[in-house]
Design a protein around this ligand. Sequence first.
Ligand SMILES: NC(=O)c1ccc[n+]([C@@H]2O[C@H](COP(=O)([O-])OP(=O)(O)OC[C@H]3O[C@@H](n4cnc5c(N)ncnc54)[C@H](O)[C@@H]3O)[C@@H](O)[C@H]2O)c1
Length: 350
Amino acid sequence: MKILNLGAGGFIGTHLTERLLNEGHSVIGVDTHTDKIQESLDHERLTFVNRDIRQCDFDLEDMMRDVDLVIDLIAYANPGMYVKMPLEVFRLNFDENMRIVEACVKKRKRLVQFSSCEVYGKTPVASLEGRLPDPENPEYATFSEDMTDLIMGPVCKHRWIYACAKQLLERVLHAYGLKKELNYTIIRPFNFFGPKIDYLPSETDGIPRVFSYFMEALLTGTQMKLVNGGTHRRCYTYIDDAVECIYRIVENPGNVCDQQIFNIGSPKNEVTIRQLAETMREIYAEKFKKPNVPLPEIVKVTGEEFYGKGYEDSDRRIPDISKARTLLGWEPKFGLRELLERTIAYYAKG
Ligand SMILES: NC(=O)c1ccc[n+]([C@@H]2O[C@H](COP(=O)([O-])OP(=O)(O)OC[C@H]3O[C@@H](n4cnc5c(N)ncnc54)[C@H](O)[C@@H]3O)[C@@H](O)[C@H]2O)c1
């Protein structure tokens, strides 16, 4: 196939592009950044377009003229940004993504659209503030693509603009699907982890995700900061497992992915953010610690102190992956310790 991969220079985009090239496909990759994808840039079947899709002379329709598939990964995808620049997040993650959707409709291209597990929002346990009798029941936090209600916080918690933009985009795709004007598949990633996930905070003007803050604390011996005590829980998913599932969606055997939404995540890898910090510190101490740098202290900070006003977060989210299991025969393989060891090794060895 010939595939247009928008956001090919990002974390998922880089790993996915490598896999697509290894499987024999031709890729047109578009991104404003090239550093993560350096190793693939010389590949004979990769055409890399180092451009910002917002530039007025960037012709999306022309770019997708003779491709078989469009993959859209472009977004601002870090919580710090949702709080600091909510309008920019909306404009990129909804308006610009809509331009991609509409070009696909016009050119009749199949679209694989990256959404987010954030569209599920909070669990009923959080929104009912402890009024459920058995709040630990994992069923309240197990999110399934076509059944679960999507629960967002109030507008003054502007962090939810990311989730709302993604949700609205999904609803537009669904509407185009109803009119049979677009063949799409939506992917909801659950906290992918792996080499190149982000830059370390000291290497970027941007705002990275939690792993990078913890990793930099380990490398420099400074504090690991737990936002609101680190009680929230996540299911971390190794990038190789994720790319395996995404690749099966790209292949779309028997068209089973048409007009479908897929959760991609590792339900067995659930931890609190505190446990994540502690396990990272343990692995680092065992395998990578430099003798002259002390192990960091783990401290608590409020969400407002760390991210600013308007921050709120999903309390817990576990993917129901029965659809990917049944339709694609996919099963994640990497456990939490192994995925952390591999990711820490990448950053510790520099
Ligand atoms: N990584 C995860 O666990 C996760 C979780 C939920 C959702 N997602 C979604 O998956 C997608 C990819 O995520 P990622 O983790 O690879 O993020 P990422 O930030 O690493 O990748 C996004 C890429 O898009 C590029 N980009 C942004 N604006 C652009 C523009 N105007 N023109 C050209 N390129 C532009 C960025 O340079 C970046 O390389 C996003 O849509 C994100 O919302 C990812």
